[in-house]
Write a protein that binds this ligand. Structure first.
Ligand SMILES: Nc1nc2c(ncn2[C@@H]2O[C@H](COP(=O)(O)OP(=O)(O)OP(=O)(O)O)[C@@H](O)[C@H]2O)c(=O)[nH]1
Ligand SMILES: [Mg+2]
Length: 265
């Protein structure tokens, strides 16, 4: 495996260690844990450390980026969760109307003190802050398409009966398989400086052709030529082409693609 990808596997900076400790302390204050998982990577987009934390409370799993995932695969995941007795909802966090079901569910939670406190956890860039913004119906929490935007724990009040705690993303200390590694890089859970974007795009394109059987998803070279991302001499500018490719993937340019199916997880 490429050295850059190797380094990314080991990426578990001090602020994540600190966040895990803080989450452990704050769990006593909350009634419900929402774990946000990107709908395209339901298997590798989870985190067993956060699962353990969430198991201490009522838990609701929210699949984010439903708009970018294959609807059939999302339906299969929702079914799998239902079979396991887990509560799960798929949303497009940017669509304020789509969040109504989740909002109703949270607003219906009754607690002895009258206010329900909900902690939102997940790996970096999973869409945690976007869920908060959708529920409070304004841009209250900073949300950007890169890993590590939220740096501290912060409370947001939706109404007098509902408070939400936004938290920084926490990855697993070691991403075990090379497959999970390029997938997490592709969906933006790993900071860009921790991996080689060209290699991640290559692996994705290869996976599309072989595993998904999609011959219409271009490789980086074809993509770059179509967009004129060339250097002098007609060679492609690998780095910039790969970055543009990652953006295109995350904007849904290649269609709704789920990277993991429950039957193969
Ligand atoms: N298409 C689409 N984009 C989404 C969705 N949810 C979030 N995003 C985008 O994903 C990016 C990351 O969202 P954030 O809410 O900042 O993610 P986060 O989990 O808070 O990330 P960290 O704070 O870095 O851990 C933003 O650019 C959002 O607009 C969704 O359901 N669909
Ligand atoms: Mg955030």
């Amino acid at each position: 495996m490429n050295e850059d990808l190797q380094r990314a596997v080991q990426w578990f900076p001090g602020h994540m260690v600190r966040t895990m400790r803080l989450l452990g302390e704050r769990i006593a204050l909350v009634d419900v844990v929402i774990d946000a998982i990107d709908a395209r990577v339901i298997a590798s987009g989870g985190n067993p450390m956060l699962d353990e934390l969430a198991a201490k409370r009522q838990r609701i799993t929210v699949f984010t980026r439903n708009d970018l995932a294959d609807p059939n695969v999302t339906a299969a995941w929702l079914e799998r969760f239902r079979e396991q007795g887990r509560s799960a909802y798929a949303i497009d966090a940017r669509d304020k109307r789509g969040i109504t079901l989740l909002a109703d569910l949270l607003n219906a939670i009754a607690t002895p003190r009258g206010t329900a406190r909900v902690m939102i956890v997940g790996i970096p860039n999973a869409g945690k802050s976007s869920i908060i913004n959708a529920l409070v119906k304004r841009t209250a929490a900073r949300a950007e398409n890169r890993a590590g935007v939220t740096r501290s724990l912060q409370w947001f009040r939706v109404n007098p009966k509902l408070e939400l705690l936004d938290t920084p993303g926490v990855l697993v200390p070691k991403i075990t398989t090379p497959q999970a590694q390029w997938k997490l890089a592709l969906v933006g859970a790993v900071p860009r400086e921790r991996y080689d974007p060209f290699e991640v795009c290559m692996r994705f394109a290869e996976w599309c052709a072989t595993t998904l059987g999609r011959s219409d998803v271009p490789d980086v070279e074809t993509f770059a030529r179509a967009r004129g991302l060339l250097r002098k001499g007609g060679h492609i500018d690998e780095h910039n082409a790969a970055l543009a490719y990652l953006t295109a993937f995350n904007e849904g340019t290649f269609g709704a693609i789920s990277l993991e199916h429950p039957l193969h997880a």
